[in-house]
Ligand binder design. Structure first.
Ligand SMILES: *[C@@H]1O[C@H](CO)[C@@H](O)[C@H](O)[C@H]1NC(C)=O
Ligand SMILES: *[C@@H]1O[C@H](CO)[C@@H](O)[C@H](O)[C@H]1NC(C)=O
Ligand SMILES: *[C@@H]1O[C@H](CO)[C@@H](O)[C@H](O)[C@H]1NC(C)=O
Ligand SMILES: *[C@@H]1O[C@H](CO)[C@@H](O)[C@H](O)[C@H]1NC(C)=O
Length: 190
């Protein structure tokens, strides 16, 4: 008799815990419809072209057999890997005060169209933002806007997650481009 009572109580508690848990998952989904933080930045990439070593913020570090490290390869730059350390600004002016650096790489990864894969961090060191935001994802460059993932962060952006919408704001041949980054965080802990 006593044991049946105990069993009943145990299953009731388990049922109750499951209920709380499913409610938490549900609540999380509802919350995720609204960004908890919305940030806009620009970053500026000056690609080394054989003549601008002092000014360049990025360089080809890998190339296919038919290419070299001075000029981006033919076939939509397929196989070129570029390392960068680009200034981040709050507006579209290259000469505005830097709030941090965009650091990482892009890899041109398709022969027949112009597209790349991005893996980089925003490393902040300003009075307004400290810490980093980490990004990864496919960047089909011909699209007006491209979404990549915010996969994490540190400091002010501790464990952040969300989506960043990239837009090519300007480009000058194959020497300079500027991206506008519209960040929507759906998980904020700070
Ligand atoms: C550095 O690059 C920028 C962007 O292309 C350009 O406006 C500027 O004239 C360059 N400066 C030098 C010294 O090459
Ligand atoms: C690199 O490749 C480009 C285009 O194919 C060529 O014009 C240039 O001379 C090459 N540079 C070197 C240093 O091999
Ligand atoms: C961040 O900025 C402070 C103050 O300007 C400076 O002392 C510090 O070295 C910087 N840290 C990094 C990692 O750039
Ligand atoms: C890029 O544009 C194409 C054609 O407009 C579209 O089908 C595709 O979903 C877009 N990709 C991204 C990642 O936005």
């Amino acid at each position: 008799m006593q044991s049946t009572k105990k069993n009943f109580l145990t299953s009731f508690i388990i049922f109750f815990l499951l209920l709380i848990n499913s409610h938490a998952v549900f609540a999380n989904k509802i919350n995720s419809l609204h960004p908890c933080k919305n940030l806009v930045f620009y970053f500026h990439d000056i690609i080394y072209n054989g003549h601008n070593a002092h000014n360049a913020t990025s360089a080809i570090v890998g190339e296919p057999a038919w290419g070299n490290k001075t000029i981006l390869a033919s076939k939509n730059h397929f196989g070129n890997l570029i390392a960068f350390d680009d200034p981040i600004t709050l507006d579209n002016n290259l000469h505005s005060t830097q709030v941090g650096r965009a650091q990482g790489f892009y890899l041109y990864d398709k022969k027949d169209i112009f597209t790349s894969w991005l893996g980089f961090s925003f490393v902040f060191n300003s009075t307004e933002h400290r810490g980093s935001i980490n990004f990864a994802g496919a960047d089909p460059l011909m699209n007006k806007t491209r979404d990549i993932s915010v996969i994490g962060g540190t400091g002010n952006f501790f464990m952040a997650r969300g989506v960043a919408t990239l837009m090519t704001d300007a480009f000058e041949g194959e020497v300079y481009f500027r991206l506008r980054v519209d960040i929507k965080l759906y998980e904020c802990w700070r």
